[in-house]
Write a protein that binds this ligand. Structure first.
Ligand code: SF4
Ligand code: SF4
Length: 429
């Protein structure tokens, strides 16, 4: 196991992980490792899979777009149903698990290799239909109505994503699809749009591809144009998700303007080293994307520019307070905060096991499986005293404020109108 140091340098260099060593050991070497129940084992093909989607469903006609008002009404209605109402109900369920957002890792493989990303492993088998269906049914039964498909790259299996989107949308879910866009062909957009996806979250880090940053607009430009053009046909939102690294600060500025010119929102992340040990991750050493202390003033200036744009009408998913905290995050100076992971957010791994959040994907601590969660608020609270000092998960950050102020409803409406964050790997919540 690599050496674990404190979190005072959390963006790489000599410090591989962003968590206290005792907490790290508890999460990675617990006395009891997770066991997958037989009902979720990949060989279980007796459980029901997903229905074959009807396509096309007939409600969309080429050349007949929704008006802006119809589009906004649809998204406001979706937001109220999927975000606001479950949020209000969760307030009456105290310490029970009441997911506002569920991150369903349908895939852990990826078709590219962003050098900062530990969120893919091409040796991991994708989720089965049975596990996907059991997950959607279970989360629905405990009040969740937002389903974020995660990876890796979910569109490695476009038919599977089509099936999940169709099944979940019919049950009233708001479906959120992050993608690097490489496989987002027009026919894939048409099918998933027709199935009722709520938002495409397109992760792009550069305008032209560069070593270590393959998520480049030039590789997907026609798909991007098609995606944006069809928003008002299918009713979905689009957003562009950008990771700020050592080598792409000019691109961040340019992508921000391109997104604005296309009327879509942006969302930003600070590049981070892994929270926990990731034995499959190949770029922990000599990573050209990691921020260095010399970068901090440049990132400060970039964030100041972005915050200025945010307050002047650019559509951005990150609240200004969140961007301000990014300056502290890269310096390892975040104070503990009351994250809601494991209470109002969770992830479901490809094999149906559970964890509170995306940075904990590789933990072997037993938080249970689909239908049998073992989240314990006491354990989570202890853990978060350490991990929250190296993490600024946007959704959990906003939820933690919302549990005091109700701001989540406003935020949800804003996200639905302008797109909201999450991404494959960079980083999704
Ligand atoms: S950031 Fe996304 S696209 Fe890049 S390697 Fe990771 S999962 Fe793949
Ligand atoms: S999302 Fe919450 S629980 Fe997960 S690493 Fe971040 S602070 Fe910790």
């Amino acid at each position: 196991m690599a050496e674990v140091q404190d979190s005072s340098q959390n963006t790489g260099g000599s410090t591989p992980f962003r968590i206290d060593i005792q907490v790290h050991d508890l999460l990675m070497n617990p006395a009891q490792k997770q066991a997958i129940p037989p009902s979720l084992a990949p060989k279980d093909d007796t459980a029901p899979g997903l229905p074959v989607p009807v396509y096309p469903q007939g409600q969309y006609v080429d050349g007949q777009e929704m008006t802006l008002r119809e589009y906004q009404n649809l998204n406001t209605k979706r937001t109220l149903k999927a975000w606001a109402w479950p949020f209000v109900k969760s307030r009456f369920h105290g310490d029970e698990l009441r997911p506002i957002i569920t991150y369903l890792f349908t895939e852990f493989k990826c078709n590219v290799d962003c050098h900062y990303c530990w969120s893919f492993n091409n040796a991991v088998k994708g989720m089965t239909e049975q596990t996907a269906r059991a997950s959607i049914d279970w989360i629905h039964s405990i009040g969740g109505r937002v389903l974020a498909l995660m990876g890796g790259e979910p569109l490695l299996r476009p038919d599977f994503v089509h099936k999940i989107t169709y099944y979940a949308a019919k049950k009233g879910y708001y479906v959120y699809l992050p993608t690097n866009g490489r496989l987002m062909r027009p026919e894939v957009i048409d099918r998933i749009g027709d199935a009722g996806v709520g938002i495409f979250n397109l992760a792009i880090d550069a305008v032209e591809e560069k070593p270590g940053l393959p998520k480049a607009l030039n590789r997907i430009r026609p798909y991007f144009e098609y995606l944006v053009k069809n928003q008002h046909k299918y009713g979905y939102a689009v957003m562009v998700n950008i990771n700020i690294t050592h080598i792409n600060m000019a691109d961040v500025r340019e992508l921000t303007e391109i997104a604005r010119d296309h009327g879509v929102a942006t969302d930003y992340h600070i590049n981070e080293a892994p929270m926990l040990e990731q034995s499959h991750f190949r770029h922990l050493e000599d990573n050209s994307t990691y921020l260095t202390p010399d970068d901090f003033p440049k990132v400060d200036a970039l964030l100041d520019e972005l915050m200025e744009k945010n307050t002047h009408g650019y559509k951005m998913a990150n609240p200004v307070q969140h961007m301000r905290k990014m300056k502290l995050l890269m310096r390892g100076k975040i104070e503990p905060w009351s994250c809601r992971a494991g209470q109002n957010n969770l992830i479901i791994r490809t094999d149906g096991t559970l964890a509170p959040c995306f940075p904990m994907y590789s933990a072997t601590y037993d938080w249970g499986t689909v239908g049998h969660h073992k989240f314990d608020v006491k354990q989570l609270t202890e853990m978060k005293k350490s991990c929250s000092t190296g993490c600024l998960s946007t959704c959990n950050f906003i939820l933690s404020h919302a549990y005091d102020t109700g701001r989540v409803i406003k935020w949800g409406v804003r996200q639905a109108m302008h797109g909201f964050r999450g991404a494959t790997g960079s980083f999704a919540d």
